[in-house]
Design a protein around this ligand. Structure first.
Ligand SMILES: Cc1cc2nc3c(=O)[nH]c(=O)nc-3n(C[C@H](O)[C@H](O)[C@H](O)COP(=O)(O)OP(=O)(O)OC[C@H]3O[C@@H](n4cnc5c(N)ncnc54)[C@H](O)[C@@H]3O)c2cc1C
Ligand SMILES: *[C@@H]1O[C@H](CO)[C@@H](O)[C@H](O)[C@H]1NC(C)=O
Ligand SMILES: *[C@@H]1O[C@H](CO)[C@@H](O)[C@H](O)[C@H]1NC(C)=O
Ligand SMILES: *[C@@H]1O[C@H](CO)[C@@H](O)[C@H](O)[C@H]1NC(C)=O
Ligand SMILES: *[C@@H]1O[C@H](CO)[C@@H](O)[C@H](O)[C@H]1NC(C)=O
Ligand SMILES: *[C@@H]1O[C@H](CO)[C@@H](O)[C@H](O)[C@H]1NC(C)=O
Ligand SMILES: *[C@@H]1O[C@H](CO)[C@@H](O)[C@H](O)[C@H]1NC(C)=O
Ligand SMILES: *[C@@H]1O[C@H](CO)[C@@H](O)[C@H](O)[C@H]1NC(C)=O
Ligand SMILES: *[C@@H]1O[C@H](CO)[C@@H](O)[C@H](O)[C@H]1NC(C)=O
Ligand SMILES: *[C@@H]1O[C@H](CO)[C@@H](O)[C@H](O)[C@H]1NC(C)=O
Ligand SMILES: *[C@@H]1O[C@H](CO)[C@@H](O)[C@H](O)[C@H]1NC(C)=O
Length: 483
């Protein structure tokens, strides 16, 4: 499918260009007005003060929001292509937002043109192909809920509110990853608006772009739809167990045993060590998951046997389990993530993670409202569900797993102290993990992580692909990890 720019729009673009180039310096406002003038009535441009604008620029972490000159909600891929043509001609900064859950400042925000994909919101299930084509403006919980009546599901985020787009374009770890792989391993096709405005359906036949989109975010254009493989979905068993700090030793031993002994791909586990400065104590918890209404005997017995504060575990629908996530507790705070990758878990290592949690969480001079360290053990075979190469992970030989570090705070004046602290803690744990060479997950890695540490040996191929499909580096006008 190829876009042809109607000639009336081309004329308009020419007039606009001549006006702004000859008469006055180019401003983002010119791009906003130019976009509003060429797009169809399916799309809209909004300005500060309007309600849609406020939604378009807002993010899960307030430190990821900026006041854009205008926001643009494309209603069709063709309109988005025309908008990119104008942005390119005027070389104005812009941002692309899916679910707005990145914690990296400027990755999906701008002072220029904020593009919000919220109007790409359809879920179309194809029972024959066993796929679902979903809009890039959706969040995963909405997709799960839409597919539930069909008895099928897709491989996506473990919490509510997370965008389909950013998670899919960076990798995607799910409760279903042990069974089916990363989200990127389940994508059959992308509808991509390229930087020159052309709309293209990218499948595995298009080897290079397909490789690049599997982990390469916005470097190759803007994705408007994803076609995902679907899998049968029954009710699931799972939920939260919270423990008092005295029992963290038992929890750590249970976690090490689980990681060493559990080979059932339907089982998943997430251990979180929280520290709220206001509560002045460590809050350890386990999220247990089994992809069936009842787990086989034994798998989670150790976690259920440790004395707990709250055990909220039962059989429920998949979307209901996703809603149990506590991740929205810090919605609207300032926040940053960083990460290390881990191959194996030992009790001394988990004790060191607990020590980091308490050390930084209780440092009142630092003033983090909340710090959180999340252990995500997966099976060593987690990367063996795809034989097609992907931008991320750059290597599928070792079953490294992501450890997420997450700080949140209230005041902008603390941003740089928090970034410094999270880097130091990350460095401490990386030394102890013994796996400093493993690739880092780009959806958790802090904004200035060297690209080599994420994409490894794939970097030269990604760079040359970027030059080839976007020779004028138009996608360089937007934020993110740039090839
Ligand atoms: C509460 C919470 C829970 C999370 N849970 C998980 C989890 O279970 N598993 C997991 O793997 N990760 C998880 N993450 C991390 C998550 O994958 C990233 O934050 C991801 O980037 C979010 O996608 P988004 O669309 O919401 O982000 P956005 O901030 O909208 O976008 C992130 C990046 O992707 C780019 N982008 C967005 N849309 C497009 C598009 N259509 N075309 C091209 N580029 C685009 C943006 O420009 C930006 O650089 C979680 C994060 C949070 C905050
Ligand atoms: C949008 O434009 C189309 C044709 O260009 C027209 O048929 C339709 O009525 C318009 N819709 C609205 C809501 O204005
Ligand atoms: C955006 O503008 C609003 C209203 O003027 C202001 O309150 C807010 O602080 C600004 N946000 C940023 C990130 O600059
Ligand atoms: C998170 O909280 C905010 C603010 O209360 C709310 O607007 C948003 O809908 C919540 N998101 C989810 C996924 O519950
Ligand atoms: C599980 O793994 C641990 C090693 O971490 C081992 O000591 C233990 O005996 C194994 N078996 C069970 C049932 O936990
Ligand atoms: C479990 O979670 C649900 C939903 O949040 C809540 O209504 C219920 O009270 C919780 N149960 C326990 C035992 O905490
Ligand atoms: C992983 O295993 C290796 C070899 O057994 C060991 O040296 C290393 O300390 C372990 N790492 C962790 C984090 O336990
Ligand atoms: C706990 O972490 C801090 C900060 O990294 C470090 O200085 C201290 O030595 C650690 N303590 C233990 C017992 O490991
Ligand atoms: C996964 O695949 C890689 C590369 O093909 C291989 O080296 C590794 O042994 C496999 N791991 C498992 C657990 O099957
Ligand atoms: C943020 O910190 C600065 C400097 O410490 C202080 O002046 C300001 O009042 C704080 N703002 C808020 C909202 O707490
Ligand atoms: C845009 O770029 C693609 C790939 O480089 C090319 O196939 C297409 O013809 C270009 N479109 C236009 C309108 O130049």
């Amino acid at each position: 499918m190829t876009l042809r720019l109607p000639s009336s729009h081309l004329c308009w673009l020419l007039v606009l260009l001549i006006t702004v180039v000859l008469v006055k310096p180019t401003l983002a406002t010119d791009a906003c007005q130019g976009i509003a003038a060429v797009v169809s009535n399916s799309s809209s441009v909004y300005y500060p003060g309007s309600l849609p604008y406020i939604g378009d620029v807002s993010h899960w972490a307030s430190s990821s929001s900026q006041n854009a000159t205008c926001s643009f909600e494309p209603g069709t891929a063709e309109d988005l292509g025309m908008a990119l043509n104008i942005i390119a001609a005027l070389r104005q900064p812009f941002a692309i937002k899916g679910g707005g859950h990145t914690t990296n400042p400027g990755f999906s925000s701008t002072t220029g043109v904020q593009i919000s994909l919220s109007r790409f919101s359809d879920v179309v299930y194809d029972p024959e192909a066993q796929t679902a084509t979903v809009g890039a403006g959706l969040t995963w919980d909405t997709v799960y809920t839409a597919l539930e009546p069909h008895g099928v599901n897709v491989v996506g985020a473990r919490g509510p509110g997370v965008g389909v787009a950013g998670l899919s374009l960076g990798g995607g770890y799910s409760y279903l990853t042990n069974q089916y792989g990363l989200t990127v391993d389940t994508i059959e096709a992308y509808e991509l608006v390229m930087s020159n405005g052309t709309v293209k359906i990218v499948t595995k036949e298009d080897e290079d772009l397909f490789f690049g989109l599997r982990g390469g975010f916005n470097n190759f254009g803007i994705v408007t739809k994803f076609t995902l493989r679907t899998f049968p979905q029954t009710q699931v068993w799972g939920g939260f167990i919270t423990y008092s700090p005295e029992n963290v030793g038992l929890l750590n031993q249970a976690t090490v045993n689980f990681a060493a002994n559990t080979s059932d791909p339907k089982a998943a586990l997430m251990i979180t060590y929280d520290y709220f400065l206001s509560r002045t104590s460590l809050g350890p918890s386990a999220l247990v998951f089994y992809n069936a209404p009842t787990p086989p005997a034994g798998i989670f017995d150790e976690f259920l046997g440790i004395p707990s504060l709250v055990t909220n575990v039962s059989t429920m629908s998949f979307p209901a389990l996703i809603k149990l996530s506590m991740a929205n507790a810090t919605y609207g705070s300032r926040a940053i993530f960083d990460t290390i990758s881990v191959l194996n878990y030992s009790v001394p290592f988990l004790n060191a993670v607990v020590n980091e949690t308490v050390f930084w969480g209780s440092d009142s001079s630092l003033g983090a409202q909340f710090v959180s360290y999340v252990i995500e053990p997966f099976l060593p075979s987690l990367y063996n569900h795809s034989s097609i190469p992907s931008a991320f992970p750059p290597s599928r030989c070792d079953g490294f797993t992501p450890l997420k570090i997450y700080y949140s705070w209230a005041n902008e004046t603390s941003d740089s102290a928090m970034h410094t602290a999270i880097r130091e803690s990350t460095r401490n744990l990386r030394q102890l993990s013994g796996t400093s060479e493993a690739p880092l997950y780009p959806n958790y890695a802090i904004y200035d992580t060297p690209l080599e540490m994420i994409y490894g040996a794939n970097l030269p191929r990604l760079r040359s692909l970027q030059h080839c499909v976007d020779p004028e580096n138009i996608m360089g006008l937007t934020g993110g990890f740039k090839f």
